[in-house]
Design a protein around this ligand. Structure first.
Ligand SMILES: CC(C)(COP(=O)(O)OP(=O)(O)OC[C@H]1O[C@@H](n2cnc3c(N)ncnc32)[C@H](O)[C@@H]1OP(=O)(O)O)[C@@H](O)C(=O)NCCC(=O)NCCS
Length: 178
């Protein structure tokens, strides 16, 4: 659980002091456009975001990993989150898989940060955590997220329905364990 950096981003475990940033993220309809039922519900009061942070912190304890806060190194601003989550499932028939995810406030979109964060977490998952396999899934219409997953080298799998949302599955195996 040691914080780490990529070229422009700082990754660290969530703190309760991230509540305001988390609320700004999760109360924004544009952020939730492609999350539907698959990304949790939109927050309407900051207390819900604090609950989410505590829920994520419980995953750190139970699973040794969970989503981490992402800060812009240059300014220290809270941008959103990224990271790996152990998902019990079943989702797309898969159980107990490590899911790569990311979510940023819109003013940070379109500058390559999503790709940078996804790449950093793929490296962390395979290099530091030595996971054998990393998976992801996205709303089939979420072009930016799908582009990122393809660019970092995940293999596109089948389409499936999750909470009535048409999704696409992605995965890749750790080259060090094959
Ligand atoms: C998805 C998200 C993280 C992308 O972040 P970002 O920092 O804007 O992404 P990047 O700038 O690194 O890269 C986006 C890539 O997708 C491309 N792209 C953007 N919109 C696209 C679209 N509608 N269709 C196809 N490709 C698209 C960009 O051109 C870029 O590709 P390129 O580097 O080859 O030019 C951001 O939009 C977000 O937080 N969305 C809300 C939460 C969310 O949907 N999370 C993913 C859930 S699966």
């Amino acid at each position: 659980m040691q914080p780490f950096d990529s070229a422009r981003l700082h990754f660290r475990p969530f703190l309760e002091s991230d509540t305001d940033g988390m609320f700004a993220l999760d109360s924004d309809p544009s952020v939730h456009r492609y999350l539907g039922g698959i990304g949790g519900h939109m927050a309407t009061v900051p207390a819900q975001s604090l609950d989410t942070i505590r829920f994520i912190q419980a995953q750190y304890t139970a699973n040794g990993i969970g989503r981490w806060a992402v800060l812009l190194r240059e300014t220290g601003e809270f941008m959103g989150w990224a990271g790996l989550k152990l998902v019990a499932g079943p989702i797309n028939g898969q159980q107990d898989f490590y899911d790569l995810g990311y979510r940023f406030r819109p003013r940070f979109w379109g500058q390559g940060y999503g790709f940078e964060a996804a790449r950093a977490w793929l490296d962390y998952g395979f290099g530091v955590l030595r996971l054998p396999r990393i998976c992801a899934y996205a709303d089939a219409q979420n072009g930016a997220s799908r582009r990122i997953l393809t660019k970092i080298g995940l293999r596109e799998g089948a389409e499936f329905l999750e909470e009535d949302v048409r999704c696409v599955w992605y995965e890749t195996v750790n080259p060090a364990t094959t």
